[in-house]
Design a protein around this ligand. Sequence first.
Ligand code: ANZ
Ligand code: ZN
Length: 815
Amino acid sequence: MVDDSYNPHEIEPRWQALWADERAFSVPNPSPGEPEWDERSTYVLEMLPYPSGELHMGHVKNYTLGDVVAHFRRRNGWRVLRPMGYDAFGLPAENAAIKEGGQPREITERNIARIREQMQRMGWAIDWDREISTHTPEYYRWTQLLFLKLLECGLAYRKESLQNWCPNDQTVLANEQVVDGCCERCGAEVEKRSLEQWFFRITDYAEALLDEMELLEHWPERVLTMQRNWIGRSEGAELVFRVEGTEIDLPVFTTRPDTLFGATFFVLAPEHPLVTELVAGRPEEEAVRAYVKQAQTRSTIEREEKAKEGVFTGRNVINPVNGKRIQIWVADYVLMEYGTGAIMAVPAHDERDHAFALSHGLPIVQVIAPQQGEVDVQSEAYVSSSIDDVLINSSEFSRLPSPEGKRSIINWLSAVGLGEKKVSYRLRDWLISRQRYWGCPIPVVYCEHCGVVPVPEEELPVLLPEVSDFLPKGRSPLATAEGWLQAKCPSCGGEARRETDTLDTFVDSSWYFIRYCDPQNTAEPWNREIVDHWMPVDQYIGGIEHAILHLMYARFFTKALNDLGMVGFREPFARLFTQGMIHHLGAKMSKSKGNVVMPNPYVERYGADAVRLNILFMGPADQDAEWQDNGIEGTSRFLGRLWRTVLDAAEKPARKPKAPTSLIRKAHQTIAKVTDDIDRRFAFNTPIAAVMELVNEINRGPDDPGVRFAAETAVSLIQPYAPHIAEELWQRLGHERLWCEPWPAYDESLLEQETFELVVQVNGKVRDRLLASAEASKEELVELARSSPRVIALLEGRELRKTIVVPRKLVNLVV
Ligand code: ANZ
Ligand code: ZN
């Protein structure tokens, strides 16, 4: 007797080889006018990996999710673009080269080769003809071209400014890469240095980045909120205070113009350009200079901790609204990067101003009062600003409600030409230059006569030279590439030096999704018609850790490219899904904790299908989950059970019974459930449970005449998750190429009795529609409604007050 037990190690490589031979998942670009051009097409994308080592279980989750969506859509009649590539530049490869020797390029390419092998071994349905890597000249040539386009229209510029400097990595960091005052990568405390750097003018797009969030209907609310906070829009006023006895006007930004009468002192950031001038030749000069110097060497953390420190300049400004003189101080709780770098301090109504006033004996004057009750602003700031508050001690503005006070004071300021309404953003311009080797060279030269001159497009790419010393010494290692450094000025033909800084790797990943659409184009970065055909990405999948940086930058790039007429859309990712993280041993996986779980040992033991199935069976995909070895034991056993069940059923006659049997009904219900879960609810664990249930049902009734149909259904539905075993069993059932088969359809009439669409409301507003069993009790319906991710999000932190259930129709949750 032949051994016919389930053996993934025999099945999986066989199918993988076949898919590779047939380029089963390659989707060539149709030309406009060809029939394929008009077919339904969709773009499914997962964030590309960073090849710093091998793939771990977090990647496995990400790419398996994408795989299920891609298979599902393809079998539902879509042409599916599903590419893959590598975000290959960046510090880890360079640091590895410093530590272990060798070139970052070799290290990176070795890692890529391993990752590609892992991906193939997982059986992911990738269009390998579109593979790209950001470190290849074929790719970065176009990154350089895009940089030049942004330079040409003024969106890229160079400027000297105070920068975040990581003393350990010896490079500048974007604001976004500083977390709690420390370097996001290495954790070293970040310092400030004045340096000349390249920027992208993302602040020009602050308003658009906010407003066009309206186009992002299918993004998680959490991500939108994070982006909104990062952009940080504040409405208020800008007004000027004149320095007493001079013609110098100092503008301030305030969100509380209604508190203008309560401004009892004035504060400049230590880096404010007028500080030196104001104290020149005065008795306070020495103390102020010493303070400024000290403030500069302090990290952001220290500055925030010591918020109460500061020095008096000996000068005063005049409050424009009442002519009162108030002292000018220098204190580092005022940041040069926000607003105007100067504030009017209102200690009665701002906490930090209050603390500062107390420690320096400055006056506190209340100008806002609650409609009822008393507050004591001498002991604590009263920071509220509601419609119920009124202005006091504010001359003719007294007794106005606070919002009206704001408007009236702004109007008065505008009338006398001393201020106006103003919107401020927290968002800073994006710092894109890095003094490191392993990145895309910035394509400009410096000429003594002509200044900064862009390298002509025909001369791209400016190739990254090979150097031998990557050790950071405060300037880019590219400065050591002697021969490469010398260039001819494209403008006057004289001697010029190349730019030695490289681009932040986030620039590389801000447009890769466009290049995938037309990856082999050697004449231009992409053909717009083709890109507009595929883009925007219909479903983007990735980690929540990219909620701010990558997604913000990619959105900015897309808008800029749209304004340049290079693409026909405003947003790159129509729908976003952020997956939860895989934890192990109770903690988030990290190299330093030594708890990273790699797929390889599990694939070797249980096969890729079991690993794929298990990673999605662990719980709702948007939630964090703990990797457990006994979980995969379980899923692997299920695959064995599926194998035997289907082989047994394959012995049964293929003829379908005339009347629907209970197994046939169950099969149709399972199709309906799995389809609805994947398609609309984006739930990936529950379909697995549904197929498991179907398999159990088959085993309970092996003599039901519908057994063969039920078995085929189980195989067909599990295919996106476990494609190898599914193909093998499909063949044993006498068919071929399940991956090209249409997704099974269900017969409504077989569900009618059994299921209905449950409308789920929260406070009377429809929030979800779920497939529910007609037999479900009221309690079960409420349970079901409360399990909807949308409802969970809405109920979070709120108390459920009442539930209304209309049988076979709706559940309304009142909070
Ligand atoms: C007077 C005032 C009175 C303020 C009051 C607040 C409360 P958001 O909301 O974050 O935009 N501010 C302005 N520029 C600053 C800077 N460069 N560094 C530190 N603080 C700065 O904050 C705006 C408020 O933060 C502004 O409104 C200003 O203080 C302060 F009862 O002006 B306010
Ligand atoms: Zn020149």
